[in-house]
Write a protein that binds this ligand. Structure first.
Ligand code: XUL
Length: 547
């Protein structure tokens, strides 16, 4: 028997199948939006508005079509759907889907002879969904923070200060543009990407789970319910309407939310006993997929965005940066996280500028210099979240002398100003030092080991830099794709918890990792010494870019 873990990420849809016996992934299938669905014309799965790069969205129909495509390919591979005991999933955090009121009928009456996409084409109240990479809601954030009595107050309630990409701010922007959309019930339901994906499997609107709900600036982190004040602000004084549209009840992330729909049973051959466990956000699922269950374990995912997170008993929400979510595998603790928007995009761009997309040359240029001797490059091809940078650009510090002022480089000048190979190391070091610095800011400061995953974890040089900066061994997982893997294990955990509510996630999944590299003590000492200076430079870079 097996468990399915779905993942709808920025760039594609993937499924991982976990064998109940071996606890190994035995089958995967994926669809890449840009490559496999070119008709939607996305770049990295996104549309960035040409007149305003802060507006970023993805077409909901592309997401549905990608799910159809993966399922059809599984069928063509003669995948045995009858073996699946339970399903769960992962969605890029913060993105939102707006269903028309007719949608619940459409979902409940899907005809197994046709695809999801063809039958749900009229289900959408908004066709282009705001996603996590959007940063167009500065005004809404300022409004909400002011009304709540400051950024710290929003953070104290919801776990994060008001962030542009967080769903509540996106809802307020839409509400201000067209309140009729919600007040007339033209839009009957708002899902997160995770609960939207779950809805396709249960054949009804799926609830939002507690962990992903914390990425909305609407959920009360401590009382585990919608915050009345935040609901009211975001809906211009209609909290009851918004609560209904979001779904009154928010579920524990490990809760079973129903059986797989009759559409899925008839079209693909799932059994009528196959259960669906709450879907959650990609970072919460990665925390599960990396098996981070104790304080002191730090996870780093190096993907489209770079995220760093760990489990903690006491959240320390900050008005400056960072997020706290309810831990998806143990709702009595929390998950602290920092998210950098310029993840793989920044590395790809600098690699292209310096060594023409040659990754082994990139690796050598990161490995071949002595730590901290080459200055730093704060490189933001997109507006950044940590630290908050609103306009793309870069600031180069060529060395660390006292009179170093920093050179601002505008995006149009990247190609002629940033070609020196040393910039590869400058970008990598600046990112990892920033992670260490700000983990301390948000209280993730007890670190025993660091577990790294995501595309860039293939780079030995980056892994070594992480080990040296943190002064801890760096481990990597045997199985990649932590989000879909985490979802598959959460499916198993949720099912077991139905019978034995005290089953802990560790009873299901307690992974072994292998040590990829150990820190070099000399390099670690250097990085620790330079950290205060680095902090000054990061602040300087942000100030220069704000001018
Ligand atoms: C997290 C964040 C991104 C998205 C997409 O806060 O914005 O990591 O979850 O991966």
């Amino acid at each position: 028997m097996s468990f399915l873990g779905w993942d709808l990420s920025t760039q594609g849809v993937k499924v991982s199948v976990l064998s109940e016996n071996t606890h190994k992934v035995v089958y995967t299938k994926s669809v890449n939006f840009d490559k496999d669905l070119p008709e939607f014309n996305t770049k990295g799965g996104m549309h960035v508005r040409s007149e305003d790069a802060s507006v970023v969205s993805s077409p909901v129909k592309m997401w549905v079509k990608a799910v159809d495509l993966v399922l059809e390919q599984m069928k063509a591979d003669r995948f045995d759907f009858a073996q699946v005991k339970a399903i769960s999933g992962s969605g890029q955090q913060h993105g939102s889907v707006y269903w028309k009121k007719e949608a619940s009928n459409l979902l409940a009456n899907l005809n197994p002879s046709y695809s999801l996409n063809s039958q749900l084409k009229d289900a959408w109240a908004v066709l282009n969904c705001p996603i996590w990479a959007d940063s167009s809601t500065r005004k809404e954030c300022e409004f909400v923070e002011k009304k709540m009595g400051g950024a710290q107050m929003v953070a104290n309630v919801s776990g994060s200060r008001a962030y542009e990409r967080f769903t509540g701010m996106q809802i307020l922007k839409l509400w201000r543009a067209d309140s009729g959309l919600f007040l007339s019930h033209k839009c009957a339901r708002i899902s997160l990407v995770s609960s939207f994906l779950a809805s396709l499997f249960v054949g009804k609107f799926a609830p939002i789970d507690k962990s992903d709900a914390c990425g909305m600036n609407l959920f009360d982190l401590h009382h585990h319910c919608w915050s009345e004040d935040l609901l009211s602000l975001v809906s211009e004084g209609h909290p009851d309407v918004l609560r209904e549209i979001l779904g009154r009840k928010v579920y524990d992330s490990s809760a079973v939310i129903g059986k797989v729909s009759s559409y899925m049973q008839k079209r693909y051959g799932f059994q009528n006993t196959c259960q669906v466990v709450c879907f959650s956000g990609d970072n919460p699922n990665s925390l599960a997929g990396l098996g981070l269950s104790r304080e002191g374990d730090l996870g780093i995912t190096l993907g489209t965005s770079d995220c760093i997170f760990g489990v903690c008993k006491q959240p320390k929400p900050s008005a400056d940066m960072g997020h706290f979510f309810i831990n998806p595998v143990d709702n009595s603790s929390f998950m602290g996280m920092l998210c950098y928007k310029n993840g793989s995009l920044a590395r790809e761009k600098i690699c292209e500028l310096t060594v023409g997309k040659n990754w082994s040359a990139f690796d050598s240029s990161v490995a071949n210099f002595r730590p901290t001797t080459q200055g730093f490059l704060f490189f933001y091809p997109l507006p950044e979240i940590v630290p908050s940078v609103r306009k793309p650009g870069a600031v180069l510090f060529e060395n660390l002398s006292d009179d170093e002022k920093g050179k601002v480089v505008q995006t149009a000048d990247f190609a002629n100003q940033l070609v020196h190979e040393a910039n590869n190391r400058r970008v990598v070091e600046a990112r990892i030092l920033s992670m260490r610095l700000h983990c301390e800011t948000i209280g993730l400061d007890k670190i025993d080991r660091v577990i790294v995953t995501g595309g860039a974890s293939q780079s030995r040089a980056i892994l070594q830099c992480i080990a040296d900066v943190f002064g801890k061994p760096v481990l990597i997982a045997d199985q990649s794709d932590s989000a879909s893997l985490g979802a598959a294990f959460r499916a198993q955990h949720g099912l077991l918890k139905m019978k034995r509510p005290n089953t802990s996630f560790l009873d299901v999944y307690n992974p072994e990792f292998h040590v990829a590299t150990h820190p070099n003590n000399h390099a670690h000492k250097k990085y620790s010494e330079v950290l205060p200076e680095f902090e000054v430079l990061e602040n300087k870079a942000t100030a220069l870019l704000f001018r």
